[in-house]
Design a binder for this molecule. Structure first.
Ligand code: CA
Length: 292
């Protein structure tokens, strides 16, 4: 097992930093602070971080082809115009579930947004995974999810990896990318003891999975059978998500949280809530833009 290190590139002191996604067009990282209801674009080469307050908890922000961001919130999926700061609703598949919010989401190679929900109080099995289509209709993929988190598709688009965090498992489905459906859910692997809970996830160009370790002080690189190949050590206990970015897609950007830390915890983890970067000697696939 190889140990890697990461540098803090943005000492953001976010409460619940999450959802990193790289934009090639603007060479920056979109990320959210869920608890603060803030969406940010961070340009590492300029060292500039611009934020938008969106007025409620925001679980995901992904770039659309036209330059807008699609957000997932308690009020459903909405569109944020970065020029004007205006927010317009798209659709809310859980109008009846006022205690739910959107959590992690990712755009598939066909330009559709897959996004999951969870209870605001983290109640078990009240969430679902949805697919927002390019024509802005929405389909439910499955329910009985507790905290919908990481997702990744294999390069051949035939398998879909998925994390419902409290299970401590990485599940794998057969995927039909034409129809955007998944079937035959089974266990890929469970996190080894002592590594915390799996949170956000991405896949590299060698088909290996990078899993953010909530309460696990880092990011693990696993082969699909669960062998731990490398670990990026992060000086923060709650590591939330990761994505490939940079001009050559060979940098891993990592978000973290400072939530639940008391005063001594904050002293021990001064970079909690920061954004980190690691060069892991492998690249990942480019970000898919939402095509709706
Ligand atoms: Ca998450």
């Amino acid at each position: 097992m190889q140990t890697l290190t990461a540098e803090c590139v943005l000492d953001a002191k976010a409460i619940l930093g999450e959802g990193p996604v790289w934009r090639a067009e603007t060479n920056d990282l979109v990320w959210v602070d869920i608890e603060s209801g803030e969406v940010s674009c961070f340009n590492p080469s300029l060292g500039h971080n611009k934020s938008w307050k969106v007025g409620e908890k925001v679980g995901l922000a992904v770039p659309a082809l036209n330059g807008d961001l699609i957000l997932g919130m308690t009020i459903g999926l909405v569109r944020l115009d970065l020029q004007s700061g205006n927010i317009s609703p798209i659709i809310d598949p859980e109008k009846e579930c006022v205690n739910n919010r959107f959590n992690d989401g990712k755009v598939d190679p066909e330009g559709r947004l897959w996004a999951g929900t969870m209870g605001l109080d983290e109640a078990p099995n009240v969430g679902s995974l949805y697919r927002l289509n390019r024509n802005l209709s929405i389909d439910k993929l499955f329910g009985d999810v507790s905290i919908s988190n990481g997702m990744a598709w294999t390069a051949d688009q035939k398998s879909f990896y998925y994390i419902d965090s409290p299970t401590r498992q990485i599940a794998v489905f057969d995927c039909d990318m034409d129809s955007g459906t998944v079937s035959n859910r089974r266990l890929a692997f469970e996190l080894p003891e002592g590594m915390g809970y799996p949170d956000g996830m991405c896949i590299d160009n060698e088909g290996m999975l990078w899993v953010a370790l909530w309460q696990g002080w880092g990011v693990g690189r696993f082969d699909p059978s669960g062998e731990l190949l490398s670990k990026i050590e992060i000086p923060v206990e709650r590591v939330t998500s990761c994505c490939f970015g940079g001009q050559n897609w060979d940098e891993l950007y990592i978000t973290t949280a400072s939530r639940d830390l008391d005063q001594s915890g904050k002293l021990e983890q001064p970079l909690a809530g920061g954004v980190f970067r690691c060069k892991p000697n492998v690249s990942g696939p480019p970000t898919n833009l939402f095509l709706g």
